[in-house]
Design a protein. Structure first.
Length: 142
């Protein structure tokens, strides 16, 4: 094996990895910026509206806004709920729903993307409301 050729390939791989890393960080920064706007202008208002509508139906839920997310939790079981956060482990980062539900002594945790497209831009308040109604079904059966 020619050492000079090996070194040239290694240098090219290092440069490509640095370019890819910079592009990935730029996509992540853009997704974070879009997600924060989406959270403030769409997700949190829909979660609050849903809590109000649930309260009108006699189902008591609260909205919590931890840093970088929003949660809809039943007043009687604070460890349960539906949470929306940004999953930074995928490229590009995408909104993800986490549902926590206690059944006796065990807790069931389920995660899924908010939408099939997994992109922050283009997610409407109808998409968020539809997801909440879908995920609330177990609590609505009571």
């Amino acid at each position: 094996m020619d050492i000079a050729q090996l070194r040239k390939q290694l240098i090219q791989a290092i440069e490509a990895a640095r370019r890819d890393g910079a592009a990935r960080r730029a996509r992540a920064d853009e997704a974070n910026r879009l997600y924060e706007t989406f959270l403030e202008t769409t997700a949190i208002p829909v979660f609050r509206a849903m809590a109000g509508a649930l309260k009108g139906e006699g189902l008591l839920f609260d909205v919590m806004t931890p840093l970088g997310g929003v949660r809809l939790v039943p007043e009687r079981q604070r460890e349960d709920g539906i949470e929306l956060t940004l999953d930074s482990s995928v490229d590009p980062p995408a909104p993800v729903i986490t549902v926590l539900r206690s059944r006796g002594s065990r807790t069931v945790r389920r995660e899924r993307p908010l939408t099939e497209t997994q992109r922050v831009e283009g997610i409407s308040d109808d998409d968020v409301a539809r997801m909440l109604i879908e995920e609330l079904r177990p609590w609505l059966e009571r």
